[in-house]
Design a protein around this ligand. Structure first.
Ligand SMILES: *Cc1c(COP(=O)(O)O)cnc(C)c1O
Length: 335
């Protein structure tokens, strides 16, 4: 037996009976773009996350790009973000000619260290793009405080963290935008590329509605903005409508699995405890750096969805081989 990193066939078996008739309905309807599946998903996704609005777009990368476009990010602008993420976070900034300004991560959560942001704010800084890496929410209190103080926008990269909470509220509700990816490997994945933006701001919502349809506004062939073509299609929306009903349960299962890893690893004395104490500063915590391995750390107010269960160890390559020889998948995430 080989233990795979992800088993999408098993997930499909769970949704198959709900999905097939829905697909048949779409195929026979002839309506493949911006139909009822998309509008239902936008409504239900906003309700699930806890925002007033959601817009389906073509990918998580486009969600980030469109959010920055909505703030007219342009050459010369500086956007503060983390160097430890999938490349799409930084390239969304670079594509608009702006400069990603990297702030280092916390050694235990791997998330943007809020205490180091202030030092990087200049007269050109426009916004902050925190990433809830591996499904673990960033320290949003401090990030929002700095954003408010310096009048910066906040776009949360929620690509790996759909359903994760901070102070009981889901990620994607804190910033001006939450950018979500429904790439198949994410905690809720489509059967192709898909993404969404969430927001509570009506003006920003309307701007995204326009920007993702080539800047169209009010009626066809009227394009006051320069936008892009980034729509969610009916087929992907149907997959997501079916999966959304399972997401809370699936995320709970992820947390249960993580809890089990914690228990086994910590109990066997291989690692240090997994919850960080309620210290004021995020830095200076080195308890995760045990000589053998460190397990994921949750902050006092954050609840991770464990998109990945990422450990650190000085004997990485040896452990990697050990697991591989026994049929257990592992990966360096990110090299
Ligand atoms: C997956 C991912 C993205 C990009 O999403 P796509 O849907 O693949 O374009 C952006 N940021 C992070 C952190 C991701 O994990």
């Amino acid at each position: 037996m080989t233990i795979p990193p992800l088993n999408l066939q098993a997930e499909f078996r769970e949704i198959r009976s709900a999905l097939i008739p829905r697909m048949r309905r779409i195929f026979t309807s002839g309506r493949y773009i911006l139909g009822s599946e998309v509008s239902q998903l936008e409504k239900d996704f906003a309700r699930f996350v806890g925002t007033r609005y959601a817009v389906g777009v073509a990918s998580g990368s486009d969600a980030l790009l469109l959010a920055l476009m909505a703030f007219d990010v342009k050459p010369g602008d500086e956007i503060i973000t983390t160097p430890f993420s999938f490349i799409a976070t930084a390239t969304a900034i670079v594509r608009l000619g702006a400069k990603p300004v990297f702030v280092d991560v916390e050694p235990d959560t791997f998330n943007l260290n809020p205490d180091l942001i202030r030092k990087k704010v200049t007269g050109r800084t426009r916004g902050i793009v925190p990433v809830h890496l591996y499904g673990n929410p960033c320290g949003m209190d401090e990030i929002l405080k700095i954003a408010k103080r310096f009048k910066l926008f906040v776009v949360e990269d929620c690509a790996q963290a759909c359903g994760a909470t901070f102070r009981g509220k889901q990620v994607g509700t804190f910033g001006d935008f939450g950018a979500f990816s429904f790439y198949p490997t994410k905690t809720i994945g489509a059967m192709g590329d898909a993404g969404a933006l969430t927001t509570n701001n009506k003006k920003l919502y309307e701007k995204i509605k326009s920007l993702h349809l080539h800047g169209q506004m009010d009626h066809s062939y009227h394009h006051p903005l320069i936008g892009i073509n980034s729509r969610l299609d009916e087929i992907q929306a149907a997959v997501l409508n079916v999966k959304l009903k399972h997401l809370a349960k699936w995320n709970k299962k992820r947390r249960d699995a993580a809890e089990r890893y914690h228990r086994l690893l910590v109990k066997d004395g291989l690692s240090s405890p997994q919850r960080r104490g309620p210290t004021k500063k995020g830095t200076g915590n080195t308890s995760c750096l045990s000589p053998f391995l460190s397990v994921p750390v949750e902050t006092p107010y954050g609840k991770s969805v464990f998109h990945q269960y990422v450990i650190r160890t000085a004997k990485r390559d040896a452990l990697f081989k050990f697991l591989k020889d026994r049929g257990v998948s592992a990966a360096v995430y990110y090299p």
